[in-house]
Design a binder for this molecule. Structure first.
Ligand SMILES: Cc1cc2nc3c(=O)[nH]c(=O)nc-3n(C[C@H](O)[C@H](O)[C@H](O)COP(=O)(O)OP(=O)(O)OC[C@H]3O[C@@H](n4cnc5c(N)ncnc54)[C@H](O)[C@@H]3O)c2cc1C
Length: 450
């Protein structure tokens, strides 16, 4: 029986991208997807970062047939409806087609695909993982759980937002993208590439009980409260799914990693689920590659966990602050459960760079530090000294292609900013010494003073 290097459970964006990256790195990869493709999936609005990620992976063709997201009618803070200009990079896709193309790209890179095949609960055997299929058992050294909210490997989760249900329906028709708030909901609707329109309403689960589980009646009521969806038909098939955000309590071990929605989910308010699924898949591939190639396991695991924790916390804070901007119904339980004011900015004040600074000594701001940090370097995770500060979104090890820590070491020997720039200029390409200093001053990380 073939023993694979890696078995990936699930062929959504996270599973396909992780499998493809690992196959390109030379690993023998098998992917198991329980449904035949193309299959329908919610999550059609792709945030502006997705095209750039696909470019890096050489997968831009997955966006063929997408439509630009277009401007949106937004009624959020109060009862005023604003026209919001679109970000030209944001697109809406047919997720059935999008996911199908990504899986085909993984297959073209040599990934063996078992589909349709449902993976049973994997177990650890004497030589690694055993993944039961209906008539077969797959064996692999490393497991990637990319099974989305089904979380095929199980384990516990911690909620990162209020429990939420999404009620959604599709109807023939078009119209602008709309985002609106009601006393017990917020709703989103957008035209899809195939000429249909999808609208979703997000609610607390107990509201469905109050409506005796009559999802259709509740859905119509919720859309009505936003005042933005009067053009919908009366008769609709309404589906319900869970949309609670959580993070898995154990996203990575020495022989298993969870990616995409198996690792953490975002509030759909961010429209960034696919973006974060692809990013986590890329980080997981580097993590698995480090472990499989005998690299620094501890660094690899710490890198993946830290990256996931930071991403989940950043999104949760952004989402809560966005709910907090809503005013009309802010006393209603739906809004009270979700809204949190944005945290006070920990960012230090930037120092104005004047010619006078050139002749004065410079130093790092008090709570900045340079510490050993797990970083992806090429295709493996390794320890690098990186700059940390509470205001930075994460540790910074490189500026462009240059390592930052050796540059910061020069601070100890440079009597003035002019001396520092001279030392850096001897090591860096033209203009980069000044650009690095400007960035550090602008972020308030470098300050004048002995
Ligand atoms: C209501 C709602 C609205 C959303 N809207 C947006 C949006 O507008 N934009 C956005 O970017 N994101 C959105 N998202 C999130 C987005 O859909 C997900 O983040 C994204 O699909 C995650 O990708 P994934 O690969 O992790 O999981 P999935 O895409 O769910 O893929 C998991 C795959 O695993 C397969 N699978 C499951 N169990 C097994 C098993 N045992 N064996 C084999 N295969 C299995 C499934 O069939 C599936 O194909 C939304 C989510 C919700 C709930």
């Amino acid at each position: 029986m073939t023993a694979w290097d890696v078995c990936v459970l699930g062929g959504g964006p996270a599973g396909s991208v992780c499998a493809l990256r690992l196959a390109r790195l030379g690993h023998r990869v098998v992917l198991v997807e329980r449904r035949p493709f193309p299959r329908p999936h919610v999550g059609e609005a792709l945030s502006p970062g997705v095209p750039a990620l696909l470019d890096v992976l050489g997968l831009r063709h997955a966006l063929d047939g997408s439509v630009p997201s277009g401007g949106a009618l937004v009624r959020w803070e109060d009862d005023t409806t604003r026209q919001v200009e679109p970000d030209p990079r944001a697109v809406t896709v047919d997720r059935g087609r999008f996911d199908h193309v990504l899986l085909a790209a993984a297959r073209a890179e040599g990934v063996a695909v078992r589909q349709p095949a449902r993976a049973g609960r994997p177990r650890r055997g004497p030589d690694g993982w055993e993944v039961p299929l209906r008539h077969d058992v797959l064996r692999a050294r490393f497991l990637v759980d990319a099974s989305g909210r089904h979380r095929a490997t199980g384990g516990t989760t911690t909620a990162t937002g209020a429990r939420t249900l999404a009620l959604h329906a599709v109807w023939p028709g078009t119209g602008p993208t709309r985002i609106g708030a009601g006393p017990r909901t917020w709703c989103w609707g957008a035209p899809l590439p195939d000429g249909a329109f999808r609208a979703m309403a997000f609610v607390d689960p107990d509201l469905l009980r109050h409506y005796a589980y009559d999802v259709r009646r509740l859905y119509h009521h919720l859309l009505d409260t936003t005042g933005l969806f009067a053009d919908r038909p009366a008769s609709l098939d309404v589906a319900v799914c869970d949309a609670t955000s959580y993070r898995d309590d154990d996203p990575v071990t020495e022989d298993r990693v969870k990616v995409g929605e198996a690792a953490y989910t975002l509030d759909p308010l961010t429209s960034s689920g696919v973006d974060s699924a692809v990013q986590s898949a890329m980080a997981a591939a580097v993590t698995a590659n480090t472990v499989l190639s005998g690299g620094d396991r501890a660094a690899a695991l710490a890198f993946y966990r830290d990256r996931r924790d930071r991403a989940a916390a950043r999104h949760a804070a952004w989402t809560a602050a966005h709910y907090h901007r809503h005013e009309t119904h802010r006393d209603q339980p739906f809004w009270r459960r979700r809204a949190v004011p944005p945290p006070a900015r920990a960012r230090p004040a930037p120092t104005p760079l004047t010619p006078d600074c050139l002749h004065r000594p410079v130093r790092l701001v008090a709570d900045a530090a340079v510490v050993p940090t797990p970083c992806p370097v090429g295709d493996v995770v390794t320890l690098r000294r990186a700059l940390t500060h509470p205001a930075l979104p994460g540790p910074v090890a490189h500026v462009g292609d240059t390592e930052l820590a050796p540059l910061l070491d020069c601070l100890a020997h440079a009597p003035s900013l002019a001396d520092l720039l001279r030392t850096w200029s001897a090591r860096l390409p033209a203009g980069q010494a000044e650009a690095t200093a400007k960035w550090l001053f602008g972020a308030g990380l470098l300050v004048v003073g002995g």
